[in-house]
Design a binder for this molecule. Sequence first.
Ligand SMILES: CC(C)(COP(=O)(O)OP(=O)(O)OC[C@H]1O[C@@H](n2cnc3c(N)ncnc32)[C@H](O)[C@@H]1OP(=O)(O)O)[C@@H](O)C(=O)NCCC(=O)NCCS
Length: 162
Amino acid sequence: MSGAGGRTMLAGERAPRAATLVHAAVLAAIHAACFPPAERWGETAIANQLGQPGGFGLFDPAGAMLLGRMAADEAEILALAVIPARRRQGLGRTLLTAAETLVRAAGGRVVFLEVACTNAPARALYAAAGYREIGRRSRYYHDGGDALVLARPLRRDAATDA
Ligand SMILES: CC(C)(COP(=O)(O)OP(=O)(O)OC[C@H]1O[C@@H](n2cnc3c(N)ncnc32)[C@H](O)[C@@H]1OP(=O)(O)O)[C@@H](O)C(=O)NCCC(=O)NCCS
């Protein structure tokens, strides 16, 4: 069976599910398990994002969620979170790859995202997935920390992505 991004899925592996408005509470619960109170997105905020033109979401009921949006041929990953008990099992990478597949299918040519300079796990995930630093936003986060702006160009064929 072929999974997101063309990778062969192993027995027992699940493909990420598309999130619709009815899943906003699930995504909010996962997000709340992963971020401090000041950075959490509630159900309403997530529903609003999913309802925006170009808004999309993916989740794994095991405890992973992703929110993104597309505009013209560009996409942005707005949130990616995996509950602590399920980290380092490939869920984050699988959701990211599935989002890239969706974006590519919709004609997207590049994916952008922001990550805190201090977020070593996320930076490692994005670097391993081919994202490169293209900018920096000073004092972007509530705690005064800087954000790095990362991007990954997408080609029509996943096998030739940069
Ligand atoms: C960042 C996050 C989404 C990663 O999810 P995950 O499911 O644990 O990541 P994966 O298991 O798919 O990891 C894929 C690769 O990323 C890198 N990586 C992920 N977590 C890492 C860590 N803690 N340390 C070093 N490398 C890490 C590794 O290269 C890993 O591959 P490997 O396990 O084969 O070595 C998760 O840690 C999380 O939800 N953190 C809190 C929320 C957050 O910071 N979100 C991102 C905001 S931009």
